[in-house]
Design a protein around this ligand. Structure first.
Ligand code: SF4
Ligand code: SF4
Length: 342
């Protein structure tokens, strides 16, 4: 008996905006592309992307006997910027941590899948950091197409969606593959707007240059030549999505958790960020938000770069104090920021 429609209906009832199914095939072409991308060093120092890389495109290695992948999309778009300061934070981070929100829903769907059939199917679910090439499987499932900016772009919501996937040993009916008319075509808007030239013409992103990587995953210095190009991005960057013509279809998220940032981080100023002295203080402010990922020293490093780029002279006394920090990374970025203003 095919349970595809019941599973889709259940996932939709939990708030997922898009639910598609594809077969749990090995993606050889996407795998080759991914291995090449790693070999060229374009994953920067994100070691988790390199570990067991073949798992990402070989579902059998993640869940032996897997037959189907349920690919889920959750729209997170919000128009309003929550922060009163002149810095910017990527839209996906302007709400509660999506891992927490989505994991809770995935658990319920996983349980539903395992109990729906008397064949005792197994399931494994992932959101974002899991070992699955989620955009490639989302494209295979016809949830959207991968744009030149490397985002999955959906017909219904554009690219501001979180992806999640459930691998299962249950045989389900895959969605028919879609021909994406008018996908990227000759458009190069995202390539042209990227301040650091991180998007290559072959849809490859060089993470070493991408502001999202530099301000979130990067644990070290931001290269000097790239600092001015970061402008006022404090955490992440949305430029290549905001410019995409497919995002005219973006519509406000229905998920309350994504509509506003948790209370502690609301209305925080750059000055307050520069004053955070301990990891505990950082956690008190940002707990439950994706901003935790940058950690205290990463966020202060970013705040120094933004202050330097915006020439915020009123922050010089705080920056001067930070030049005495025990952390050489913070001290150096603070000194750089002051230099930009003199
Ligand atoms: S996120 Fe920003 S820096 Fe990264 S590729 Fe897109 S426009 Fe470029
Ligand atoms: S901006 Fe243009 S090239 Fe870039 S992803 Fe969107 S449609 Fe494709």
């Amino acid at each position: 008996m095919d349970h595809s429609q019941e599973i889709k209906a259940f996932a939709t009832s939990l708030g997922f905006d898009l639910v598609k199914i594809t077969r749990a095939d090995t993606l050889s072409d996407a795998g080759l592309y991914y291995e090449e991308w790693l070999k060229k060093g374009l994953a920067a120092d994100m070691e988790y992307l390199k570990k067991d890389s073949s798992k990402r495109y070989t579902p059998e290695k993640i869940l032996p006997g897997s037959k189907s992948i349920i690919v889920l999309g959750l729209n997170y778009y919000k128009k309003e910027h929550e922060f009163r300061e002149p810095f910017r934070i990527a839209k996906y981070a302007q709400g509660r941590d999506y891992h927490k929100v989505i994991s809770a829903k995935l658990k319920k769907i996983g349980k539903y899948v395992e109990e729906i059939s008397d064949t005792n199917p197994l399931s494994k679910s992932y959101v974002d950091f899991g070992p699955v090439m989620e955009r490639a499987y989302a494209q295979k499932a016809s949830l959207g197409f991968i744009g030149k900016n490397a985002c999955i772009i959906t017909r219904e919501y554009g690219s501001y969606i979180f992806l999640a996937e459930i691998l299962t040993t249950l045989e389900l009916t895959p969605d028919k593959s879609t021909k994406w008319k008018g996908a990227c075509g000759t458009c190069t808007r995202c390539i042209d707007i990227c301040p650091t030239r991180a998007i290559k013409p072959d849809k490859t992103i060089d993470s070493n240059l991408c502001i999202s990587y530099l301000t979130i995953e990067n644990r070290g210095d931001i290269p000097l030549a790239l600092r001015p190009k970061i402008g006022n991005w404090l955490f992440g960057c949305d430029l290549c999505q905001d410019i995409c013509p497919h995002n005219v279809r973006a519509q406000p998220t229905k998920v309350q958790d994504f509509q506003s940032i948790p209370i502690g981080a609301q209305n925080i100023s750059l000055s307050q960020i520069l004053s955070i002295e301990t990891d505990d203080e950082f956690t008190q402010i940002f707990a439950g938000t994706p901003i935790m990922r940058a950690k205290r020293r990463g966020l202060i490093r970013n705040a120094c770069v933004v202050a330097g780029n915006l020439g915020l002279k009123e922050l010089v006394p705080q920056l001067q104090k930070l030049t005495q920090s025990d952390d050489p990374m913070i001290a150096e970025h603070a000194a750089w920021a002051i230099q930009q203003m003199t």
